[in-house]
Design a protein around this ligand. Structure first.
Ligand code: DGL
Length: 291
């Protein structure tokens, strides 16, 4: 692994592309390998055991690229699996999206003594209480209201637009009760949600800061690479982006531009079964029993 090795970015589907977009904007000369586990999405209603196994398989697969850093661009996988993944792959540098999001929320809360911070996220992320831990360890008196918003990922993966009545209704239903409790900050605790940032901002109004952790996450990756001496210097061309998916590459390519702001070449389709066909590919995990 050296400075020309790529950064690997992993999500259950399209959502992690919001992080890929920010990383490409912050670090344009870095190459990125993106993996969207579209066949097994959503992760947000699965157990820690299952999500950890899926992401461990993906990292084992991506190791062929010798990534200089792996970003778990999925709040659910960060909440449920990051600690375990770091133990499983001690030689890899791996980061997630929750700490950068929590830091951004605290900055946005400003000097208020007891800011009210809402977090919308998948069921699994909310149940894990990862945001409570990340925010309260930095700001003990913040009042947190975490709410699962499970319909948003399928709505987004379906490619529904901001003005779609179903999008508006779902946002109203989920976010209105939080606003009634006097929100100061609203954290988009799922990497899919920044795609709906505009209607969310409209709904909550100018008095509430809406936090999308993608940019903080990109800054965090830049800092880690800088500290490790692994930043790629300025090149003539920007770095490449290569995507893998576990299902329907055409659909992914069609929807990806909304997340990235530019078109992606059709991703490579790797079947989820092929990720664990060769058990030697995987590190010591309980694959016989569960895989
Ligand atoms: N984008 C993911 C997250 O940040 C998960 C969506 C899902 O697969 O449920 O939580």
């Amino acid at each position: 692994m050296n400075s020309s090795s790529p950064i690997a970015i992993i999500d259950s589907g399209l959502g992690g592309l919001t992080v890929a977009r920010a990383i490409r904007a912050t670090l344009p000369y870095e190459s990125v390998v993106y993996f969207g586990d579209t066949a097994r999405l959503p992760y947000g209603n699965k157990t820690a055991e299952t999500v950890s196994r899926f992401v461990a398989q993906i990292i084992a697969f991506l190791r062929q690229y010798e990534p200089k850093h792996v970003v778990i661009a999925c709040n659910t996988a960060t909440a449920l699996a990051l600690t375990m993944l770091r133990e499983l792959y001690p030689d890899l540098s791996i980061s997630g999206v929750i700490d950068p999001g929590a830091k951004a929320a605290i900055i946005a809360a400003g000097r208020k003594v007891t800011p009210v911070i809402g977090v919308i996220a998948t069921d699994a992320t909310v149940k894990s209480r990862a945001y409570e831990r990340a925010i309260h360890s930095r700001r003990r008196h913040a009042r947190l209201i975490c709410r699962p918003t499970p319909l948003l990922v399928p709505i987004i993966e379906e490619g529904r637009r901001n003005e779609d009545p179903l999008v508006k209704l779902a946002l109203q239903q989920y976010i209105k009760p939080l606003m009634d409790r006097g929100l100061d900050v609203l954290v988009l605790g799922c990497t899919h949600y920044p795609i709906l940032k505009e209607p969310i901002e409209e709904l909550v109004g100018a008095g509430v800061s809406v936090i999308d952790s993608a940019e903080q996450c990109a800054d965090d990756v830049a800092r880690r690479l800088q500290e490790a001496g692994l930043l790629r210097g300025q090149q003539e061309e920007p770095g490449d982006l290569h995507c893998y998916v576990t299902d329907d590459p055409e659909r992914f390519a069609r929807l990806a531009s909304r997340f990235l702001g530019f078109d992606v070449p059709t991703p490579t389709w790797i079947r989820a079964d092929d990720l664990y066909k060769d058990k030697e590919f995987l590190p010591q995990m309980d694959t016989d029993e569960h895989g």
